[in-house]
Design a protein around this ligand. Sequence first.
Ligand code: ITT
Length: 188
Amino acid sequence: MIFVTSNQHKYDEISSIMQNVGFKVQWRKMKYQEIQADTTEEVSLDSATKLAPLIGKEFFLEDTGLYIAALNGFPGPYSSYVQDTIGNAGILRLIDDLSRTAFFLTVITFYDGTGFHQFSGRLDGSIAGEITGKGGFGYDPIFIPEGESQTLGQLPLSTKNSISHRRRAVTAFMEFLTESGHIDSTDD
Ligand code: ITT
């Protein structure tokens, strides 16, 4: 199964989750243009729709956003731009003494050769007081999952992979593949 992403961390997380249960993942390393839209679902579907004629066979991609309640869901679909501009330190400055409730949302879009299917996964938690931990990537050092006392930057990757937004989206995706009796033609 081809997974299109420019992000090595995403590939590592997804391939480890899927390969553990017997799905092969092939990395198509590609940076593609993303539209700015109101939801992560729209961004993910638009990207897949543009890539489908180029790839010409089944593949999936995913879009992830960090949604902060006190900022009305910002940065959400703008997470990539915000990480590249103000970064984690900028997010901490924006939140200041506001409520720290937040969640990650991953939306996978799968192209099955004719149509598109979406699967999402969410991880609730809160924004940490400071940037902590060297593990993970992106917003991980400022995000504490619900029920944990450390950030995703501090927790082992195996813990992140067992509870994450990405894990939940991938699980729904794999259930769909199994239930629909899907045979991966890229494995041949
Ligand atoms: P693609 O090529 O797959 O688009 P990307 O890194 O641009 O890779 P996104 O647009 O989905 O991916 O990511 C939006 C931002 O959110 C980006 O800055 C990521 O570093 C960050 N991010 C994504 N998943 C994350 C995770 O599991 N933990 C922390 N930050 C994450």
